[in-house]
Design a protein around this ligand. Structure first.
Ligand SMILES: *Cc1c(COP(=O)(O)O)cnc(C)c1O
Length: 354
């Protein structure tokens, strides 16, 4: 028997989520495909969205070139911009859009010859996250320098939110105000909203949105009521069963001890597949469509689940680690992380596109 573990990737759910994001935002949207489309496979996701998407976004140039090499001709924005001259030359050669967030990138553009208007640039403003971007009071000067470069075509203004997934956090409103003041009177498109901005901050809806996590059906807002569909189902099977007597412990470090007779299912998924090792006893998981919990430590290739109240489950029963029944947000929360991380960490299991 081959190992019965796989990630089903539902591309129609991806398209559904993209269209929903676009209509909620009411403008154009770059589908964010960085980190191999949050673990879902960037090429397959780009191909599935190519007819609908206004464009794509990735973190660095090599990710964009992979899409171009696979025949993707939509606009592609490189969110971290160019790291060096070679990157910039490649971005021009592959007709990429680039973010400019610091002076070295600006200087490189000034020192590079290209066809007039060939290079579309997204000028990143630091509106308060203080990670990347130009200080608000430098924006007009940076814009003027870009404008003076014959190779630069369109200039779009962007910023990124620190707390968009916290509906009561005042920081987002502040960031919007800082951005608007910094860019006041300058011509060009604007882009502010990531997934949280699209779902919760209408004032952040501008010319372009940049949905990431929501495309994959993991709703980042606390109420999770936006009608997103899970794209990935991480599936496996129960491949062995045992019953623990009261007092017997289970797995590495013996973290779980049975208080009563406990029926344990062994599942062929572990942290080497990207399932979070920090998920404690009690993390939700589904067996044959019914919710139960993990028990004991997550191993490298296996994990253990509680089948005590599921007497009909047995060897060969199907297991959903996350997907339509088990919200990956709940798994991530139990494991002390966010949905993004286990998705990006997916590895080893075959991806099956449906
Ligand atoms: C990753 C990223 C996004 C997408 O963020 P989500 O929270 O996944 O929607 C948008 N913009 C930038 C600059 C990013 O780095």
């Amino acid at each position: 028997m081959t190992r019965p573990s796989r990630a089903l990737i539902d591309l129609s759910a991806l398209r559904h989520n993209y269209k929903l994001a676009r209509s909620m935002h009411g403008g154009r949207a770059l589908a964010v495909l960085k980190a191999n489309a949050y673990g879902h496979g960037a090429v397959a996701c780009a191909k599935a969205l190519t007819d609908d998407a206004d464009g794509f976004a990735v973190a660095f140039v090599a990710e964009a070139i992979e899409l171009r090499t696979q025949g993707i001709s939509n606009p592609i924005l490189v969110l971290e911009g160019c790291f060096d001259q070679q990157d910039l030359d490649a971005a021009i050669a592959h007709d990429l859009w680039i973010v400019v967030h610091q002076d070295s990138q600006l200087t490189a553009i000034e020192n590079t010859q290209t066809r007039p208007g060939a290079l579309n640039v997204w000028l990143k403003v630091d509106s308060g996250m203080h990670r990347a971007g130009f200080e608000p009071d430098l924006v007009k000067a940076v814009y003027a320098r870009l404008k003076a470069c014959p190779g630069v075509g369109q200039i779009t203004f962007m910023s990124h939110f620190a707390c968009a997934d916290e509906p009561d956090n005042k920081m987002t409103q502040n960031q919007i105000e800082v951005f608007d003041i910094a860019t006041a009177g300058l011509p060009g498109d604007r882009s502010l909203a990531n997934s949280g901005g699209i779902l919760a901050w209408p004032k952040a809806h501008r010319d372009w949105a940049r949905p990431g996590i929501l495309l994959y059906g993991a709703d980042p807002m606390p109420n999770r009521n936006h009608g997103l569909k899970a794209v990935m189902t991480l599936q496996s099977q129960v491949f062995a069963i045992r019953t623990l007597m009261p007092g017997q412990s289970l797995g590495y470090a013996a973290t779980f001890t049975a208080e009563k007779s406990t029926r344990v299912g062994l599942v062929a998924i572990g942290y080497a597949d990207g399932y979070p090792r920090t998920a404690p006893t009690g993390t939700p998981i589904a067996v044959d469509g019914q919710l139960t919990r993990t028990i004991g430590r997550i191993s490298m290739d296996m994990l253990t689940i509680d089948l005590t109240d599921l007497p009909q489950a047995g060897i060969g029963s199907s297991v959903e680690c996350w997907g339509p029944l088990v919200d990956i947000n709940d798994v991530a929360q139990k494991a002390g992380t966010i949905s993004y991380e286990p998705l990006c960490n997916l590895k080893r299991v075959p991806k099956i596109y449906i």
